[in-house]
Design a protein around this ligand. Structure first.
Ligand code: WTA
Length: 646
């Protein structure tokens, strides 16, 4: 290997792992040489009611784009996650729930999971929810969130989960976007000892969603909420009244499983559509190989089910594999910065999967908070959501894992459904900061801005030249936008929006987004969304938003605001605008820095030159490049002089 810092596969681990290095190379070769045969074989890892005879039918455009996997097979996702395990695992723990308060936890067996899910599936049916209907889930991280997902899957309803940190407006937009008629929420959520008014937020959102006729409410805190008798139903009452068995609907492989809204470089968030068969094959297979999951392992992914990581690697992947998956309601630093490691000790966690932003935040808290815990159960660590800087990688490896646990740095996207570039713990020597090599069947390609394929050690735009079963199928209700967003930039290729470097050893290093998407604490945000929230304020004339390097969050949100004529900048107004954005989108979109801009740098045709704004936000104004095409070059001097990030 060329680089100095390479961490070889620990020997004792390679022996027990599903694949070692030579097996990886052999399987990878098979998977790209004969994908039909490879995926026909691995498609059988899930249970099919009616086996498929067709494996893949893919067209990456340019005109018609379609992606179909196992299209004549039928199955049910919930059946695969629960029923299939009952003969052997009825009394095994499916879910360990750890509450926000360390005194609260719960073990849910596969048998109990079946009971809970069937009851709620019947409760949905009793309110008229049926196959194909869209159900919006707006919940805290409590077991009922997973029951709700699985119950939808059981009856063939399509869930759309909205992260509990989103505002009423953002929730309303997503309910309207997929025309849900049913919403599932809780009275309040609990995070870090604070309550979150989920039901009140939902009530507010529903003022503009007349199509919703049912709201199921889980009693989590018992806090005060308002109630609409016609529309609102207590979860526990509905489940008590319901039968505890419910047949699993026979679904076609290509029937929708869920919609998940995510940010893009333009416009409002898109409803990413995932379907049934291929998604489940891919989520469960990657879960097994990437985390080297073996029967009896305790597995913990700290994500929220409001994000794709929660869908694929808290719920669907692990449960399909009959795993024990830990669901955590709280946050990394409550009641103290030792919480993650205390939970690892308490439940004897073997595999731990989190985001770089959490690692960086805990790293700042110092060694003692980690050292006071044992962490001896940990065998493997994972990272997801954003590039992990080598310092954080080293700390995770040396301090948290005591040099013993490999780190799988997994690169993927909401759109990809599952992990695409990643080490396999028994097969891949690690380099801190690199997501290393492609998973089976994944064909990464680097292209220059004109779409020319780049060979060897190089840097370019990351594309994929063939499909994998977990790939999104469409943008819900807008297939044209799907084609435009992902397949029109480079003909015949899926474009990820990420930049990437490939080194001499064929390792991939993701360098971050090359489009107008920023990644704040692992949360994806379209700069256009924050801009449109800002200009919706009556005093704002224009706004431009860019990302800048942030020690903990990875990227922070830097906003430039031009006020309407006659409005005066002030500290109060700055606070007001920050609060406004939080209200419009949610706390995750809170601007970190807000600069008053008398004007924005524009070309003569009126296009904002973001390159310049990014440089100023990065405090790197010495290398602005050519500004001669600006309509008014003098605005740049003002922006530099009053820059916020010094
Ligand atoms: C970034 C999260 C570097 C990337 C699963 C991608 C990463 C976006 C990594 C998708 C990683 C995710 N290394 N960057 N290991 N994982 N990203 O849709 O920019 O929330 O395009 O999916 O996060 O974010 P999303």
């Amino acid at each position: 290997m060329s680089d100095a810092t390479v961490f070889p596969v620990p020997e004792n681990l390679a022996e027990k792992a599903w694949v070692d290095e030579s097996r990886y190379l052999q399987m990878y070769q098979q998977s790209v040489e004969d994908p039909e045969a490879f995926w026909a074989k691995h498609g059988k890892r899930i249970h099919w009611f009616k086996p498929f005879t067709k494996v893949k039918d893919i067209n990456f455009g340019p005109e018609d784009v379609h992606i179909r996997w196992y299209e004549d097979g039928t199955t049910n996702v919930c059946y695969n996650c629960i029923d299939r395990h009952l003969p052997t695992k009825k009394d095994d723990t499916a879910i360990i729930w750890e509450g926000d308060d360390p005194s609260e936890h719960e073990y849910i067996t596969y048998g109990q999971l079946y009971d809970h899910v069937c009851r709620f599936a019947n409760a949905l049916k009793a309110r008229g929810v049926k196959k194909g209907d869209r159900v919006t889930i707006y919940m805290p991280m409590i077991p009922e969130a997973t029951y709700a997902m699985l119950a939808c899957a059981r009856i063939g309803a399509v869930h759309s989960i909205v992260f509990g940190g989103f505002s009423p407006d953002a929730l309303a937009g997503r309910i309207q976007g997929c025309q849900s008629n049913c919403v599932i929420t809780a009275d309040e959520g609990l995070r870090g000892g604070k309550s979150i008014p989920l039901k009140a937020n939902a009530d507010k959102a529903l003022e503009s969603c007349p199509g919703v006729d049912t709201v199921f409410v889980v009693k989590r805190t018992g806090g005060n909420i308002s109630w609409n008798d016609k529309r609102d139903v207590w979860w526990h009452e509905a489940c008590e009244a319901a039968d505890n068995s419910c047949p699993a609907e026979e679904m076609n492989a290509e029937d929708p499983l869920f919609i998940l809204y995510t940010s893009g470089s333009t416009g409002q968030p898109k409803g990413v559509l995932h379907t049934t068969g291929g998604y489940l094959v891919y989520a469960s297979m990657t879960h097994k190989y990437v985390f080297d999951y073996h029967d009896g392992d305790i597995y913990w992914c700290t994500a929220d089910v409001g994000w794709i990581t929660g869908h694929s690697y808290i719920v669907y992947g692990p449960l399909t594999n009959g795993a024990t998956t830990l669901v955590f309601e709280g946050v990394p630093n409550y009641p103290s910065a030792s919480r993650f490691w205390e939970v690892c000790d308490k439940h004897k966690v073997n595999i731990f999967y989190t985001a770089p932003t959490a690692i960086r935040a805990l790293m700042r808290e110092g060694l003692a908070a980690v050292k006071k815990t044992s962490r001896s159960s940990l065998r493997l660590l994972g990272s997801v959501g954003e590039p992990i800087n080598p310092e954080a990688w080293m700390w995770y490896h040396e301090v948290v894992g005591e040099g013993r646990c490999p780190i799988v740095d997994t690169w993927w996207q909401t759109e990809t459904g599952g992990i695409l570039i990643t080490p396999l713990p028994g097969a891949t020597p690690l380099k801190p900061g690199s997501a290393t090599r492609p998973f089976f069947g994944v064909k990464p390609l680097l292209v220059d801005n004109d779409g020319n394929t780049l060979e060897g050690a190089t840097e370019g735009n990351l594309c994929l030249s063939d499909s994998w079963p977990g790939q999104m199928r469409s943008v819900y209700g807008d297939h044209e936008r799907f084609i435009q967003t992902y397949f029109s930039t480079y003909k015949g290729l899926y474009f990820t929006g990420d930049g990437c470097r490939r080194d001499e050893d064929g390792y991939y290093w993701i360098t971050g987004r090359v489009d107008d998407v920023i990644n704040v604490s692992g949360h994806r945000m379209g700069t256009a969304e924050v801009e449109s929230a800002l200009v919706a304020h009556p005093k704002v004339a224009e706004a431009a938003v860019v990302g800048y390097p942030h020690d903990i969050k990875g990227q922070g949100i830097y906003t430039y605001v031009t006020l309407n004529l006659g409005e005066e900048p002030s500290d109060e107004l700055r606070k007001e605008l920050v609060t406004w954005v939080r209200k419009e989108i949610g706390p995750i979109a809170t601007p970190d820095l807000l600069q008053w801009a008398p004007g924005l740098p524009k070309t003569r045709s009126g296009k904002i030159m973001r390159r310049i704004l990014r440089k100023i936000a990065e405090n790197d104004y010495g290398s602005l490049g050519d500004t001669s095409t600006l309509a008014d070059p003098s605005v740049v001097d003002d922006l530099i002089e009053n820059r916020m990030n010094r």
